[in-house]
Design a protein around this ligand. Structure first.
Ligand code: FAD
Length: 468
């Protein structure tokens, strides 16, 4: 394995070898997890390359294959579970130069994987009065390819569900890592081969996405004396299929009051909130719905006029807003499955009280309405965190563990045979983002099985401001 041999073979490409910059581009937001922070804090790559087109990308993959050099793709590096971190060193492949919108027509668009989501939506709104169906709360920085390879759901899932729902991705073009890299177009059910695979079985170069109408969204905040009251309201709002909506997020007291500077002071003490995004023609329906739930609207403004858009208080931005002033917390990712999700939420709120604050996102999932949790956890020990996870699962609330960096442990806790088989075809040497697909490293992997971990680490101390 020789990164320098690859660089020598391709001198005209855009390489970065400065130790501090390489270290910075070898990290994502893994440090939200105290477990991953302990495990991955010294991980680094050996060089970063930013290919400008498919020819350069093909050259990098072929040369790295020839020299047995690991390649870890990167979009904007906003993932939360070390997804874009090069566990085995090698080359960090930054895809941000693949930033073109290729075409757009009413209802569908095709773009390169490195385009930033906020730029994509601005172009789509201008050109075809459309927008992508849903986006992460990191819309201002994240790339399209990074969302598809590492994300799952977000603002808009209230209406369209998650990325795995058939129809939410229409086409996906990948380049393989072989002696002669191939370009493959995945469509229909084949899309799941590379969807949310962390780039372990192909480099995504282009994506074809269905679009939703681009409304001038309105941000609305409603306050409730209880969390369960806010949850019932958000559930009702999400079920209003006739209403164009994009967000139904519930944040419990005292988080808005303590951490949401933009409008937290408007929320009465002890009250939880429901944060909504709704299209203007439908706002007439809100006063009646709010009154019927005995609640109070405390804030409203056009989303585009907001200094900090409401969606940057939702999904994992809720965690970010709290972390800004309280580094002792961490978070979970939980499914409260229908139909008893409201009862389960109430039960778990009673079980954990202040230790686990029930931040909820109401979504469509598998054709029905339920809730995801990105609960704020007052972190004490890793053992207690594991116990909290176990108690949730025993109560019937599956956890998508954000304190693990493999696909299996962070996801459905089972081997995705289809993605594993595709990796055998597309990355026969296992050089793409190594260490992230447990079943590749250990064919006998089973849930909970501890794995031998070989990390490429550095003892170089980069300037702290570059690292978080
Ligand atoms: C504050 C905060 C809020 C967040 N909110 C959300 C949210 O609402 N919903 C959500 O789903 N996620 C969320 N995330 C996680 C993350 O921001 C998103 O998943 C985002 O879409 C990742 O995009 P990125 O360009 O930063 O990808 P990166 O972090 O760079 O990459 C993510 C994964 O994709 C792989 N990858 C990147 N580009 C390619 C490519 N072209 N080909 C193949 N593989 C590739 C990387 O190797 C990595 O495994 C949040 C994170 C933070 C820190």
């Amino acid at each position: 394995m020789s990164v320098s041999a690859v660089i020598e073979a391709l001198p005209r490409l855009a390489w970065t070898t400065d130790l501090a910059l390489v270290r910075q581009k070898s990290r994502d937001f893994f440090w939200y997890s105290p477990v991953l922070k302990r495990q991955l804090n010294r991980v680094t790559g050996e060089a970063v390359v930013t290919p400008r087109d498919e020819a350069e990308l093909r050259a990098v993959l072929a040369a790295a294959y020839a020299h047995d050099v690991p390649v870890t793709p990167r979009g904007a590096g906003t993932g939360n579970y070390g997804q874009a971190m090069p566990l085995r060193g090698g080359i960090v492949l930054e895809m941000t130069a693949f930033d073109r919108l290729l075409w757009a027509k009413p209802g569908v668009a095709r773009a390169e994987a490195g385009i930033r989501l906020i730029e994509l939506d601005a172009r789509l709104k201008r050109e075809v009065a459309g927008e992508i169906r849903f986006h992460p709360s990191t819309k201002r920085t994240a790339t399209l390819g990074g969302f598809i390879a590492g994300g799952s759901s977000g603002i808009g899932s209230t209406t369209y569900g998650i990325l795995r729902e058939p129809g939410n991705i229409l086409g996906l073009k990948v380049m393989t890592m072989e002696a002669e890299p191939r370009v493959l177009e995945l469509r229909g059910a084949d899309i799941q081969k590379a969807n949310h695979a962390y780039g372990t079985n192909g480099i995504i170069t282009e994506l074809e996405m269905p679009l939703a109408p681009a409304w001038d969204w309105v941000d609305v905040v409603v306050a409730f004396p209880t969390l369960t009251g806010a949850a019932r309201f958000a559930d009702s709002f999400t079920r209003m299929d006739g209403v164009a909506k994009k967000l139904a997020c519930v944040v419990p007291a005292p988080l808005p009051q303590q951490h949401f500077k933009a409008w937290g002071a408007k929320v009465p003490a002890g009250h939880s909130v429901a944060c909504l995004m709704i299209a203007p023609p439908f706002t007439d329906l809100l006063p009646g719905l709010i009154a019927s739930h005995g609640a109070t609207q405390v804030h409203a403004e056009p989303s585009d006029a907001a200094e900090v858009p409401l969606y940057e208080h939702s999904w994992n931005h809720t965690t970010l807003q709290v972390l800004k002033t309280d580094k002792t917390i961490t978070y979970l990712q939980t499914l409260y499955p229908a139909p008893n999700h409201l009862d389960l939420i109430a039960k778990l709120e009673r079980t954990f009280g202040e230790e686990v604050l029930m931040h909820l996102e109401f979504v469509r999932f598998g054709g029905t309405v339920c809730a995801f949790g990105l609960q704020i956890v007052r972190f004490t020990t890793e053992a207690r965190l594991a116990e909290i996870i176990r108690l949730h699962e025993e109560a019937g609330a599956p956890i998508f563990n954000p304190h693990a960096y493999t696909l299996e442990e962070g996801g459905m806790k089972r081997v995705d045979e289809e993605q594993l088989a595709f990796k055998r075809q597309a990355d026969p040497k296992g050089l793409l983002n190594p260490g992230k697909m447990a079943a590749w490293d250990d064919p006998d992997w089973t849930p909970g099985k501890r794995q031998a971990v070989h990390l490429y680490e550095t003892d170089y101390e980069a300037p702290a401001e570059l690292l978080e």
